[in-house]
Ligand binder design. Structure first.
Ligand code: TNX
Length: 507
């Protein structure tokens, strides 16, 4: 489009300029170490990508890189399993452990050494940010010099869980929307996508043993639209697409509250055996499963079993928030039993911070969103905490009082506020070792389409990425703001409908 023409002109204009410097690159999240060197690597039509025959999943990373480069360069760059004898190449290999990677750029080759295929994939995301913006174009762009500044990057994330949540229950978003969300998350090295699959307004995942959940419970959404749901095939397609981008899906079935869609589908789940009407408003806290009926636990067991069969990741999210019409003496044993059901399928439970009122099983994680006391209670029981402070990390909160979409019950969250917080400073007594990671949820009561998602999520999610990945001593608003300003051009190339905050216009 117009952007590509401008890009081409700029690239031609500046092609006699000295090589760009790696230390000046706008990298987000900021890596642990960046060493600069003279020179640059330049991708051309005979560049090869090298990965060993027996490199397992890393071969998929090489293919991902080839597809990315070929799309915009228009070259036909091949993945090879022997080191090329002539010409330049990008080589992916194993070294170290976990998600750590090294990216060494020299004139004639780039070497990626990573502890795992995931680490190599994150290195590829860094490489992507070192290339000219035109690399994000979906069709071939001519006249660009595809240079990568020379130097060395060593990197490793601070937190093992870097996530975002999409509420597909209040408004339903189809497989293509979720894939686009996954693509955008992957660019910023997120590795978990939590899908909020059931709430009062909708049930969004096919459960074969309880078909009315989707037939009835999936038939509407906030505002009375037609809703929708993922068939098991579609859900598996999302899981696979995410996996190819090293993102793990965390499915949530919120309970015992936030369950009107299920209650409307099956009368027997209600204490009075009467199914309520479907609900399309945005109130919370009025519904509950009948916690002392046996059928309730049969239902949960069936749902969890079917979910587990299609979920390779370690976590099942059980919700547990805002169960205002469940008596505490019913809530506590319910949450305990549901953790046991999840554990019986060899999965770990995550629940919103209220679950800390119950006895937490050793593998359970509490997701802090509102109450510091709850998070503390969880940690006192030896549980880990996932940090999602509503006042900082809730992507449905409005930017300021003029924002048309979203809510503001927790705060207005401008870009600086979304960026300037530190997970270990949120709750007294909760430190690095207690924290599993960081997650930014997008609730969708007011969010109806992909453009709305993009507007609320970007660019705040990019700041969350840096909080979850980069150590706090390296983070700084002015540096971040400057890099983010450059990233907005990348977002434009990707046609992301982001919020152009006035803060990005200040110098
Ligand atoms: C609170 S956060 C909720 C959600 C709403 C959200 C709106 C949480 C665990 N519960 O049900 O969608 O506020 O911001």
């Amino acid at each position: 489009g117009g952007i590509s023409v401008v890009l081409m002109i700029l690239t031609v204009m500046f092609s006699c300029e000295p090589d760009p410097k790696i230390s000046a690159a706008a990298l987000i999240p900021l890596p642990e170490k960046v060493h600069e060197a003279e020179g640059a690597f330049e991708i051309n039509k005979s560049t090869k990508i090298h990965v060993a025959q027996d490199a397992g999943e890393m071969r998929g990373v090489a293919d991902f890189l080839a597809t990315l480069l070929n799309q915009s360069t228009g070259y036909n760059i091949q993945v090879v399993d022997e080191l090329p004898e002539s010409g330049n190449y990008i080589s992916l290999g194993q070294e170290g452990s976990g998600e750590a990677y090294k990216l060494h750029v020299q004139d004639d080759h780039i070497q990626v050494k990573a502890g795992s295929a995931a680490g190599a994939f994150w290195a590829v995301q860094t490489l992507r940010q070192l290339l000219p913006l035109a690399i994000e174009e979906k069709g071939p762009i001519e006249g660009v010099s595809w240079k990568v500044p020379a130097g060395e990057i060593e990197d490793n994330p601070v937190y093992a869980y870097r996530g975002s949540m999409l509420d597909v229950a209040r408004h339903f978003f189809d497989v293509n929307d979720v894939k686009r969300y996954i693509d955008l998350m992957a660019m910023y090295k997120f590795n978990y996508l939590h899908l909020h699959l059931a709430d009062d307004q909708g049930w969004r995942i096919e459960i074969k043993s309880w078909p009315k959940l989707t037939e009835i419970g999936g038939s509407t959404e906030v505002g009375g639209g037609e809703g929708g749901f993922y068939t098991q095939e579609e859900y598996k397609e999302i899981v696979q697409y995410a996996k190819e981008r090293f993102i793990t899906i965390v499915p949530e079935i919120d309970m015992p509250g936030h369950t009107n869609a299920a209650l409307a589908s099956y009368p027997e789940l209600n204490c009075d055996d009467e199914a309520p009407e479907l609900y399309t408003g945005i109130e919370v806290g009025f519904s509950t499963l009948c916690t002392d009926k046996e059928v309730t636990y049969q239902f949960i067991d069936d749902v969890v079993r079917e979910l587990v069969e299609m979920t390779p990741g370690p976590y099942i999210h059980i919700g547990g928030d805002e169960s205002h019409v469940t008596a505490l003496e019913d809530y506590i044993p319910f949450i305990e039993q549901v953790q046991d059901i999840v554990n019986s399928y060899d999965k770990q439970a995550i629940g919103w911070d209220e679950i800390a009122h119950a006895a937490l099983r050793p593998s359970t994680t509490a997701q802090f969103w509102a109450k510091a006391e709850n998070a503390k209670m969880a940690v006192e029981q030896g549980a880990k905490v996932l940090m999602s402070p509503a006042t900082k990390a809730y992507l449905d909160m409005q930017y300021d009082s003029t924002t048309q979409l979203g809510l503001h019950w927790a705060a207005y969250i401008e870009l600086d506020s979304a960026y300037m917080w530190e997970p270990t400073e949120l709750v007294e007594g909760i430190g690095k070792d207690d924290i599993l990671g960081v997650e930014a949820p997008l609730w969708t009561e007011t969010i109806e389409k992909m453009d709305d998602i993009e507007y609320m999520v970007f660019p705040r999610l990019i700041g969350i990425a840096e909080i979850a990945w980069t150590s706090p001593d390296k983070r700084n608003w002015d540096s971040y703001k400057d890099r983010l300003r450059q990233h907005t051009e990348r977002l434009e190339a990707l046609e992301v409908d982001y919020y152009a905050s006035p803060l990005l216009k200040e110098k």
